[in-house]
Structure formats: C-alpha cells, structure tokens
Design a protein. Structure first.
Length: 84
C-alpha cells in the first residue's frame, strides 16, 4: 500500500449538510469578530474621555489590536491542546 492512497480531498468526503454547517460556523465566527470591533469603536469616545486626552486615542486602538493579535493564536493553540 502506498502512502496517501486513501487520501480524499475534504470537500469530497463531506456531505452537503456538513459543508453548509462549516460555512455557517465560519460566518458566525466572523460576525462575532465584527461585533467585537464595533463594540470597541462604539466605546472609544468614552475610553478616550477616561484617558483624558485625544493624543492617547491611537494608542488605545493599537494596544487593542496588539493584544488581540497575541491572544488569538494562544487561544487557538489551547483549543488544539485541550479541546479534543
């Protein structure tokens, strides 16, 4: 038997229902990410007022994006380790 002889592309091994469920799950994830960005943008004026200055406005978004960029891969790795 040759290595990879049993290989089937994922799209061919999934049923139509599984493909729709996968796409729906991805869309929900994107919706939640967009909602998260909207919440931060809506709260931005209040956060800037608490920081007492517009000069810190750009730092607020930069720190949010850096934190998000660092945390997402870590949570993904934890999900791979403990989620199965």
């Amino acid at each position: 038997m040759q290595p990879g002889a049993d290989y089937q592309p994922l799209a061919e091994s999934m049923t139509q229902r599984q493909i729709y469920l996968l796409l729906f799950s991805l869309m929900i994830g994107l919706f939640i990410a967009a909602l998260d960005q909207t919440v931060v943008a809506t709260a931005a004026p209040r956060i800037v007022a608490e920081l007492e200055g517009f000069n810190l406005f750009s730092w607020m978004f930069t720190s949010y994006m850096l934190t998000s960029t660092i945390v997402i891969p870590l949570v993904g790795k934890l999900g791979d380790l403990y989620g199965r």
